[in-house]
Ligand binder design. Structure first.
Ligand code: PLP
Length: 450
């Protein structure tokens, strides 16, 4: 049966709730994906500048993943991993991921996504301290503008107040420090990156002192903040924050849901790029390139040894799903075979250069930031003073609309910030296509808002 776009849009409006629902606008029914491109239900082609949602790392329409999914479904579509049951693909996947991960991490727990991984982390951390006979060591320190998910618990770890206004947030054991934005540092005066790092470290020390180190269980951080605005911390920030955690017996949790699986050119970035030996690393998204809902919480040998002494009661029906695991294994195999990380390292240099060209041409583009294939744009009224573009004009939403009309998907994050997080298979051709469409769309946006 072929349904018209109009019919589908009508039914969508009648029945479907979308994440971050826009109740006024139901517009884009995506029907097909192929490599770096997607097609809407009317057959129009778009360059996918967001990889679905920071996740379709190896590109769209990969037949190998379809084949492996079919084979595994026919063999064993599902069986529980509770208690003493196990399945082959998840055992092999655990082994593969641990071989790619930093060496201090030895075990992992599979989830169905990033929120679940962060949620499970808090249970693991609390259980770990309970078993260490420190049941009061429960406080978690996060950061403003962080994004760690949208379960009821992880929405509280997330540091975006607009997400939580209508809800009860957990404030008795979850706390937020400043967002370490290099573009708009939260402190007064012109500080060098080193001075900025000192500010954040002092803030962390103060918070630990205020709560009592014996009450603080963990610090959680994305290597680069994603959904909160693609904020890049000043050089040395993560290492110094980790050192403070170590000093006070506080676990360092790295949320690599976006940065992991080659978006920054490496499978794991926390140790390689930031010099931090995290006690826990969480991944999702790129683990299956989005072809199957999956995530994982990787824990250190030290945590595992302690958990072994008690009961482990964190349990999800779809943990270690055999089909998801088979997909992830094939996805990783493709990433290695096609040297996806190396491609990211090479092409991102060209991408960065072209975005800098664009910034020179369009003074409204105040900041291009991020790393490799995780980028953010911030639009301003004045490049020198960084005066924001008037918020009520909603530059980023308008720009995304024009880009969409012109055949490119980029995502607005706030009034003046857009994110670019492409599939990791872009070549120079896609970079040039992006440049052309962005160039035109920025001009159109400025004209429309003039
Ligand atoms: N952590 C980070 C850094 C994320 O960016 C996201 C989602 O974008 C999550 C966690 C939540 O993952 P999920 O939407 O799979 O639950």
């Amino acid at each position: 049966m072929n349904y018209t776009t109009q019919q589908l849009k009508k039914w969508d409006a009648e029945h479907l709730l979308h994440p971050y629902m826009n109740f006024e606008k139901f517009r884009n029914i995506i029907a097909k994906g192929e490599g770096a491109y997607i097609y809407d239900h009317d057959g129009k082609k778009y360059l996918d500048g967001v990889a679905g949602l920071w996740c379709v790392n190896i590109g769209h329409g990969r037949k190998e993943l379809g084949e492996v999914m079919q084979k595994q479904t026919e063999k064993l579509g599902y069986y529980s991993s509770f208690v003493s049951f196990a399945n082959e693909p998840s055992i092999l996947l655990a082994q593969k991921i641990m071989a790619l991960a930093p060496k201090n991490l030895t075990h992992l727990y599979f989830t169905t996504g990033g929120s679940e991984a962060n949620d499970a982390t808090i249970r693991i951390v609390h259980n770990y301290n309970f078993l260490r006979k420190m049941p009061y060591k429960k406080h978690i320190i996060s950061r403003k503008q962080a994004y760690h998910g949208m379960t009821y618990l992880t929405a509280s770890l997330t540091g975006l107040p607009s997400n939580n206004e209508n809800y009860h947030t957990i404030t008795d054991f979850i706390h937020h420090l400043s967002c370490p934005s290099s573009y708009r540092p939260p402190m007064d005066g012109e500080l060098t990156p080193k001075e900025q790092v000192n500010f954040y470290v002092t803030e962390l020390e103060k918070k630990i002192h205020q709560l009592g180190a014996h009450n603080v269980a963990a610090f959680i951080a994305e290597p680069i903040m994603g959904a909160g605005g693609v904020h890049v911390a000043p050089e040395g920030y993560h290492k110094k924050m980790w050192e403070v955690c170590k000093k006070h017996d506080i676990l360092y949790v790295s949320d690599e849901v976006v940065t992991g699986f080659c978006r920054l050119g490496e499978f794991f970035t926390t140790e390689k790029l930031y010099g931090v030996k995290a006690d826990i690393i969480n991944v999702a998204k790129g683990i299956t390139s989005g072809y199957f809902p999956m995530g994982a919480t990787l824990i250190s040998d030290e945590i595992y040894s302690t958990l072994k002494k008690g009961e482990f009661t964190t349990a999800f029906t779809y943990s270690a799903h055999p089909v998801g695991a088979a997909v992830a294994l094939k996805n990783i195999e493709i990433m290695e075979k096609e040297k996806i990380g190396e491609g990211v390292k090479t092409i991102s240099q060209k991408l960065w250069q072209r975005l800098k060209d664009l910034q020179k041409k369009h003074p409204v583009l105040g900041d291009v930031r991020g790393s490799h294939f995780m980028l953010g744009f911030e639009f301003v009224a004045d490049q020198k003073t960084k005066k924001p573009f008037p918020l009520e004009k909603k530059f980023s939403a308008k720009l995304s609309d024009f880009c969409f009309e012109n055949g490119l998907v980029i995502r607005p994050l706030s009034e003046n910030i857009n994110v670019l997080s492409p599939t990791l298979i872009w070549k120079e051709e896609q970079v040039e296509e992006l440049y052309k469409i962005l160039d035109l769309s920025i001009t159109q946006t400025l004209n429309a808002l003039a």
